[in-house]
Design a protein around this ligand. Structure first.
Ligand code: PLP
Ligand code: TYF
Length: 394
């Protein structure tokens, strides 16, 4: 049987991590994988998470199974974090998943189950795992224009023109905030136009929200997701806790299926539990419990929000510093978009030859599509990066 297996293409982002590790240069800079790093290059455990872990160790009395959809308290806390009071809690079926990736995967499974002919429209570009999972599951995907390399912003007219081709029963995958890999995001009025188009065509929005709190703040980053959830009859939402709670390896995420028809809740909830059972039975619980404790305990929550805000503002400051440095070096405003982007990533919008030159000549590691992790920078490395960007002719 095994002789039938073929070598699979490596994940380019993870392959880049390995290449970085092997580079002997002392002054190399890692702007690859999307993991938050502080000014010392460390990925710390957030204070509130550490405190919750201590409390949990004292209080936890069993590690017996949870429910198939995970701890209902986790779903309640996360639905409230992501959706606020945009929709009634009774309209949201939800199940814990292994990370945001697990939520994305389960959402695709649900789509396939509900409509085997559904096409999933994805932004060009999108997170490579979206494409890889869709391909693996034999679900047809259709790219829609998204990034404008000239301006570093969203090609909104192109996006709307491409989305005009959706049909009832298709799914449109949207990044709730902090678009990965580009950093370019829609404005709220543009989101409203997307909502109107979806409602006109009968296509279903699926929102992947993996960076709430990394862009404009916890509430602002959820605004688009809330608008969609309160305006469309059916919405799928895959939320990740990896980044905003800093619990990457705990594999904590939530899939939500929102329906404006209360009669659908029972079947939707049952479907999410069913799909968990088919794929892994019970979802991991440790990270989910920490998130629930942090969100429900006022002191832990205040400390978490304060630390998340430090992280967010730190990245914004780095963006601005890089844009300023590039304005000085280039004598132009053509890199101003870096300060407008939000979240952990920015796409420079240059070809792989320039990305490779930055790696070869300057030891700067960004993903081949010119995506850089802004959190990989600090005050010392910004001038070096800016010089390299100009040096390779970007
Ligand atoms: N969706 C997007 C757009 C992401 O960038 C990520 C990356 O971490 C995820 C989902 C899922 O992350 P995880 O599975 O680590 O929670
Ligand atoms: O885009 C990123 O860098 C993050 C982390 O297979 C990641 O989302 C990268 C690759 C992968 C899973 C997560």
């Amino acid at each position: 049987m095994f002789e039938q297996l073929k070598e699979q293409p490596a994940d380019k982002i993870l392959a880049l991590m390995a290449a970085y590790r092997e580079d002997p240069r002392d002054d190399k800079i890692d702007l690859g994988v999307g993991v938050y790093k502080d000014a010392e290059g460390k990925t710390p455990i957030m204070r509130a998470i550490k405190a919750a872990e201590k409390q949990l160790w004292e209080a936890e009395e069993t590690k017996s199974y949870t429910g198939l959809a995970g701890d209902p308290g986790f779903a309640d806390a996360m639905v409230s974090l992501v959706l606020g009071d945009a929709v009634a809690r009774g309209s949201v079926a939800a199940a814990a998943t292994p990370g945001g990736t697990g939520a994305v995967r389960q959402a695709f499974d649900l789509i396939k189950m509900a409509n085997p002919n559904a096409r999933v429209f994805v932004s060009d570009p999108t997170w490579p795992n979206h494409l890889s999972i869709l391909k693996h599951m034999n679900i047809e995907h259709v790219p829609y224009r998204y990034f404008d390399a000239e301006t570093g912003g969203v090609n909104f007219d192109g996006m709307m023109a491409d989305l005009a081709n959706v049909k009832a029963g298709d799914v449109v995958l949207l990044h709730g905030c902090c678009h990965n890999p580009t950093g370019a995001n829609l404005t709220l009025p543009q989101w409203q136009e997307v909502v109107d188009l979806l409602n006109k065509t009968g296509a279903v929005p699926m929102i992947d929200i993996a960076y709430q709190g990394f862009g404009d703040g916890l509430e602002a980053d959820a605004a688009a997701t809330r608008l969609v959830a309160s305006s469309c009859p059916e919405v799928l939402i895959a939320a990740s806790c990896s980044k905003n709670f800093g619990i990457y390896r705990e594999r904590t995420g939530l899939l939500m299926a929102v329906s404006s028809d209360p009669a659908k809740f029972k079947v939707n909830q049952g479907t999410l539990s069913y799909l968990n059972r088919q794929n892994f039975s019970f979802p991991p619980d440790h990270g989910a419990r920490l998130v629930t404790m942090v969100l429900n305990d006022p002191a832990l929550r205040a400390d978490w929000e304060a630390e998340l805000e430090e992280v967010r503002l730190g990245m914004l400051r780095l963006r601005q510093a890089l844009a300023d440095e590039l304005r000085t070096l280039s004598g132009s405003d053509r890199f101003g978009f870096l300060a407008q982007h939000r979240g952990m990533f920015s796409r420079l919008g240059v070809g792989p030859d320039k990305v490779e030159a930055m790696r070869e000549k300057h030891g700067i590691y960004m993903v081949g599509d010119s995506r850089m992790n802004i959190a990989g920078l600090n005050d010392m490395t910004i001038p070096k990066l800016a010089k390299a960007i100009i040096d390779v002719g970007c």
